[in-house]
Design a protein around this ligand. Structure first.
Ligand SMILES: Cc1c2[nH]c(c1CCC(=O)O)Cc1[nH]c(c(CCC(=O)O)c1C)Cc1[nH]c(c(CCC(=O)O)c1C)Cc1[nH]c(c(C)c1CCC(=O)O)C2
Length: 344
């Protein structure tokens, strides 16, 4: 039997001497080869739905940095796209959808068409044959709250106020949208696992804006249902929950969501997270993406602090949020070398 991949071992609760490393949004605009490839597609979603291009974008950061995991190149907003709420991306301005303003519009959303996402599964099939042994393959989806927040607002907002207001005004209708996203996410992640990913990560990038009861209802509980639904269909699969802004709610999440690993955002203190969660729970994170932009002694100091804070604990080295487009490539190279202790 092939040796267990380091990232999978960590998710199964086994600490490694050297933590496996990958970076959220590791495929993207900080890479010149990504920018060249991206220029060959007429828009971002076409790019996501082109298996040869999406497979190449998935593999680019693996070739360059030999990360311990590849993450499928796609986007969380393909799910609303597959529900008939058309999505487009304007360059420099982020995603655009037709906003949902009334409960009626939730009733009128189409059924989730998993067939529409068949190019994603074909991308997975292409990548899995091309990955070096030892490199784990991660699929993903957005958590229902984060995806719903874009579906309601129709674009990115600083505080997700449109979705928060909609949920206060129309809780029953909002619950229907969340339920539909839970079901779609389970089908979608199970489809990704059928196609060949080994790990799935659920991104709740906007959980941190919710007050306690809303957080429980719209962020935590839907993620718990997704984890249970995925594991019912794929008992071997491992799941990472990235609940950005979980803050003091992390220990309770780690007891209740049922995931194998928890992503920590930049603001969480690793020493506290290690002390407040069970020792077999894997933790992922949480270098400040701006430290990676800054480089210099600050970067070394931050890397060493994180590696040391998680020592002896199942830990996946990662950023606390996505890599920024202005990140110098040499800083990423230095990060990987330093985490692997090839200290230059
Ligand atoms: C909220 C969210 C989205 N998408 C995603 C999230 C959750 C993680 C997070 O909080 O960063 C997740 C995502 N988006 C993308 C990936 C691909 C895989 C990877 O991590 O490398 C992943 C995992 C590609 C992408 N998704 C997007 C790009 C840039 C578009 C381009 O190249 O033209 C990429 C590479 C576009 C996107 N997609 C989204 C926004 C708000 C934007 C615009 C902002 C931006 O440009 O970064 C929605």
């Amino acid at each position: 039997m092939a040796e267990e991949k380091a990232l999978i071992s960590v998710l199964r609760g086994k600490a490694q001497d050297v933590p496996p490393i990958w970076l959220m949004r590791q495929a993207g605009r900080y890479l010149p080869e990504y920018r060249d490839l991206r220029a060959t597609a007429k828009n971002f979603l076409d790019f996501c739905y082109s298996p040869p291009k999406a497979a190449e974008a998935t593999l680019q950061p693996i070739r360059r940095f030999a990360f311990d995991a590849a993450i499928l190149f796609s986007d969380i907003l393909v799910v609303p796209d597959a529900m008939g709420q058309e999505v487009s991306f304007e360059s420099g301005a982020g995603p655009r959808l037709k906003p949902i303003e009334t409960p009626d519009e939730i009733e009128r959303l189409g059924a989730f068409s998993i067939e529409k996402l068949s190019p994603v599964f074909e991308t997975i099939d292409r990548v899995k044959g091309a990955l070096p042994s030892g490199v784990a393959f991660i699929g993903f989806c957005g958590a229902p709250w984060t995806v719903a927040s874009y579906m309601i607002a129709g674009c990115g907002t600083p505080d997700q106020a449109p979705a928060r207001l909609f949920a206060f005004h129309h809780p029953e209708s909002f619950a229907k949208l969340i339920d539909r996203l839970v079901e779609a996410s389970i089908d979608y992640l199970a489809g990704q696992l059928d196609a060949g990913v080994e790990v799935v990560q659920v991104f709740d990038s906007w959980a941190g804006v919710l007050p306690a009861q809303e957080f429980h209802r719209w962020s935590a509980e839907p993620i718990r249902r997704i984890v249970a639904g995925v594991k019912a269909r794929h008992p071997q699969a491992t799941v990472i929950a990235f609940v950005r802004g979980a803050d003091a709610r992390l220990p309770r999440l780690a007891q209740t969501l049922g995931a194998d690993g928890y992503g920590l955002d930049t603001a969480l203190d690793p020493t506290w997270a290690v002390a407040e969660t069970a020792p077999n729970v894997a933790l992922q994170g949480n270098l400040d993406p701006l430290a990676l932009v800054a480089g210099g002694p600050a970067l070394n100091r931050e890397i060493d602090f994180i590696v040391d804070a998680f020592k002896g604990r199942p830990h996946i080295f990662n950023l606390g949020h996505g890599i920024l487009p202005q990140t110098p490539i040499e800083h990423v190279e230095r990060l990987v070398a330093r985490v692997r202790r090839e200290r230059a």
